[in-house]
Design a protein around this ligand. Structure first.
Ligand SMILES: [Zn+2]
Ligand SMILES: [Zn+2]
Length: 116
């Protein structure tokens, strides 16, 4: 169900684009809220992350999907652009029809990096 994956990634994009969204869109321990029921946090499960309330499962490569983890991924891709001027944008990118990725684009060299 790539629609929920997309909504989750959009949510993550918002959090990293506008710091004030951070507090309202995530639970206190940094887990993101379920994009379907909007009340429970997404906890790690076998295939990705899972909502214990509405039973939604979103397949992601990372099971421990938290603000800290995404921040760590961002720091890693940014370090590859240490010679670029600082700045960039986290966004949701759809490729090959319905493949949804969380990406970061360097505002200096315009290179697209896939985070998730
Ligand atoms: Zn839910
Ligand atoms: Zn760059």
């Amino acid at each position: 169900m790539s629609v929920w994956r997309k909504r989750l990634f959009e949510q993550i994009g918002d959090v990293f684009q506008e710091p004030q969204v951070k507090r309202t869109r995530t639970a206190h321990d940094g887990y993101f809220l379920c994009p379907k029921c909007d009340t429970h946090q997404l906890i790690p499960c076998q295939n990705g992350v899972h909502c214990s309330s509405c039973k939604l499962t979103i397949e992601v490569e990372c099971r421990d999907l938290t603000i800290d983890f995404i921040q760590h991924m961002l720091d890693m891709v940014r370090s590859d652009h240490s010679t670029c001027k600082p700045g960039g944008r986290v966004a949701v990118t759809t490729m090959a029809g319905d493949m949804v990725f969380l990406t970061w684009t360097c505002s200096d060299c315009q290179q697209l990096e896939i985070l998730l």
